[in-house]
Design a protein around this ligand. Structure first.
Ligand code: 3H9
Length: 692
């Protein structure tokens, strides 16, 4: 037996306990230990075995850190089959998550008990894979193809009671998992229960309609991601072949996917999700306690932030300038909560709403531990709000601004406590979007930053630390790749070609569709704001100004780069004369989708390298996470910095330098990129050097 698996006895019952913290991942030692435990069970006089996990969960799945290394025997599919072939009955007693390979071990057992609070699921597609240890063959045999098609392409999971309903488990219990597992085993012994092998069940019925519907849905949703459709294929295999052949075919698909860059991209993203909050400067720093949040401003953003806090169980006091605005904010928040109920994210709307206090007097914030300002994006207005907050907030309270580009250091000067000031840049809609940029200003105290990260976790958001600059990490990089798109228009590409190419790359929207959705007045205002400080060599999209003056502001006016009927847009060719005028006698050329993608991505990466080089982002991985969660960058590509590493930094820099010959201002290479190329290093190397 390995250290990771213990074999114990309680009377007639063998207990096989997996103890591999933190998540009982099925690494080599666990697989070997499970194999040996099953051998021992076969040989001793125990009459039934219970497999369970030690700690807070059953099994977190295959050990992801082993992916990409040569596989070592015993392989997980064989371990599951070894369990299933046991001549004596085996029970899986599941508490907490049983995911991927963990769920497959449970399916290898003959009986399954789930504790309340357990979750069974197959998240493999979120790693660019499919279940690879019999899950796609055993689950449909137990539940029929419907639940498997709901779960596997989505990487989803079900609760204990849902699992019972669909036949994935046999019993749900409460209390201690070991006690419940023993009790179930004894009940099975009393009933003289025999081994019941899922692999021996008959083939699930092939439901052509269900497969067609699943393929149609995932062809649309997956945008170039291959694993969801491969998961559907694997489930279909279960309906067409016998079990052994099905297992072989599932393994083949799994191993093929293991070799893909998509798998590498998804796993890069998985580990970055966790690394992003590990900052050396926060080691040993305790966050402040947050029990009451104040929000200033109840527009879309403020109401979204208040909703996010309420959904996380935090009482909110929202300050608006008058009764009418406060009432409107309450209505917006109520609507947000109603939508959360509809999406199944909230049960008790009224109870949650009872934690909202809408007021017009800052004095009501006296008890708040954190106040988040979400008022009009203007330095004077923000400073006024912060000066007022400074007078009413108790000592130790945190003053946060939701600004998306303004200088947080300057905002902090309007208070007597700059150490308590921080930027919390939420993305709209704030109660839905996962990203939170934590903007750490010059004097922000370490425990204030730690509190921001703790808050993000509580709000179920991914926090990225950013430094102060115009646009921080995300919006600064966005401004640059939007600039690349504008330059391609001047050089001969159409907005619609650019949008199509960017969507083909895997983003949900192209830049011009995005502009239409956000409202083209926003871009116009930004250009106005920057006009005074704009470098004369910069390109101004004069056609976009002309569109603004026509009142073509995008979806909200029914016309922008596209003309809308409902949400569906068709190219608005009436903008072409404006574009022609902007092009003047500039030489024109055509662009292939690949050329468009390369310029757009190169601009993104070049600016991102500047952002890292200047210390605005701590590491390349912080940029990857920002673009993934805030800007729709396809997760299966891992992020722009991983994309750049795959493309090869020397080739990318060579392209940037070639474009710089005609447009040296825009394509000025990042010093960091040049340095990495000169030293033969990659962004991945930089990540490794800067991760704890
Ligand atoms: C699979 O099973 C394939 C099979 O079908 C076929 C095989 C042949 N491996 O998330 P946390 C680390 S594919 C290795 O903060 P939580 C994680 O990096 C796999 N490491 O905890 C972190 O490390 P660190 C399918 C893993 O309590 C630490 O554990 N399974 C794994 O919030 C704590 O993680 C999945 O996709 C792993 N499988 O949530 C499940 N999982 O402390 C992925 C975690 O150094 N895991 N780590 O940063 C999860 O969803 C969550 O971790 C879980 C616990 C819900 C389990």
């Amino acid at each position: 037996m390995t250290k990771a698996v213990r074999y114990e006895r309680d009377g007639d019952v063998a207990l096989i306990v997996i103890a591999n913290p933190p998540v009982n991942a099925l690494g080599h030692a666990v697989r070997e230990g499970l194999w040996q435990a099953m051998d021992r069970f076969a040989q001793d006089d125990a009459r039934i075995a219970v497999i369970l996990g030690q700690g807070k969960l059953f099994l977190g799945g295959a050990d992801i850190s082993e992916f990409g290394t040569p596989p070592r025997e015993p392989h997980l599919p064989d371990v599951c089959t070894h369990i299933e072939r046991s001549a004596k009955p085996v029970v899986a007693a599941i508490h907490g998550p049983a995911l991927g390979g963990g769920c497959e071990v449970a399916l290898g057992a003959h009986y399954r008990l789930a504790m309340e609070g357990a979750r069974l699921g197959f998240p493999e597609v979120l790693l660019g894979l499919i279940p690879g240890a019999g899950g796609s063959q055993r689950m449909p045999r137990l539940t029929g193809v419907g639940p498997a098609l709901d779960m596997m392409p989505a990487g989803g999971s079900v609760s204990a009671s849902e699992a019972l309903k669909i036949g994935l488990v046999d019993r749900v219990a409460t209390g201690d998992v070991r006690e419940a597992g023993l009790a179930y085993a004894r009940d099975l012994l009393d009933a003289a229960a025999e081994p019941r092998r899922t692999g021996a069940l008959s083939r699930p019925t092939h439901d052509a309609e269900a497969f067609d519907a699943a393929r149609a849905l995932w062809t649309k949703k997956s945008r170039g991601e291959v694993a969801p459709l491969a998961a559907i294929d694997a489930v279909e295999v279960a309906t067409r072949t016998d079990f052994d052949a099905g297992i072989k075919e599932e393994r083949r698909i799994f191993l093929d996917l293991m070799q893909t860059p998509q798998r590498a991209g998804m796993i890069h993203a998985f580990f970055n999700d966790r690394k992003v909050s590990k900052l050396p400067e926060l080691n040993g720093v305790s966050p402040r306690e947050i029990a009451h949040v104040g929000v200033i401003g109840g527009g879309t953003m403020g109401a979204g932030i208040a909703t996010a806090c309420l959904l996380a169980g935090l009482p909110v006091t929202l300050v608006e300038r008058d009764e009418a605005a406060a009432k409107k904010a309450r209505t917006t928040i109520t609507g947000n909560l109603d939508a959360a109920v509809k999406r199944g994210k909230l049960k008790d709307r009224d109870g949650t709403l009872a934690h909202l206090n809408t007021v017009t007097d800052y004095a009501a914030l006296g008890d708040a531990d954190l106040a988040i300002e979400a008022v009009f994006e203007d330095m004077g207005v923000k400073k006024d709000v912060f000066a007022r907050l400074d007078t009413v907030l108790k000592p130790g309270a945190i003053l946060a601004t939701n600004t998306s580009y303004l200088d947080v250091n300057e905002i902090a000067t309007s208070t007597s406590r700059p150490g308590d000031v921080i930027g919390l840049h939420f993305f709209s809609p704030a109660h839905v979007m996962k990203l939170l940029e934590v903007v750490v200003a010059g004097q922000t105290a370490a425990d204030v930053t730690a509190t921001a990260f703790a808050l993000a976790k509580r709000l179920k958001k991914t926090a990225v630390k950013a430094g102060v600059c115009d646009g921080f990490i995300g919006n600064r990089i966005l401004a640059t790749y939007r600039g690349a798109a504008d330059r391609m228009i001047l050089d001969g590409a159409s907005p619609w070609e650019i949008d199509a190419a960017i969507k083909a790359f895997g983003l949900p929207m192209g830049p011009f569709e995005m502009g239409d959705l956000a409202g083209l007045d926003i871009g116009f205002m930004t250009r106005q704001r920057k006009a005074a400080t704009r470098d004369p060599r910069d390109v101004v999209p004069t056609w976009a100004d002309a569109m603004y003056h026509e009142g073509w502001l995008g979806q909200k006016t029914g016309r922008g780069y596209y003309t809308y009927e409902g949400r569906k847009g068709t190219p608005n060719e009436a903008i072409l004369p404006f574009i022609e005028e902007a092009r003047g006698d500039r030489p024109q050329r055509s662009f292939t989708p690949e050329e468009i993608q390369r310029r757009y991505l190169a601009a993104m990466v070049n600016e991102a390298a500047k952002v890292v080089g200047e210390g605005i982002a701590a590491r390349p991985l912080d940029v990857d996470v920002t673009l993934l969660y805030g800007y729709g960058f396809p997760r299966w590509r891992g992020g722009p910095m991983l994309w750049a590493d795959h493309e090869g930094l020397p080739a990318l820099l060579a392209d940037i330098k070639a474009w710089a010959e005609t447009d040296p201002y825009f394509w000025e290479p990042s010093a960091l990129l040049e340095q990495l190329v000169a030293e033969g290093r990659s962004f991945a190397d930089l990540n490794k050097e800067n991760v704890q």
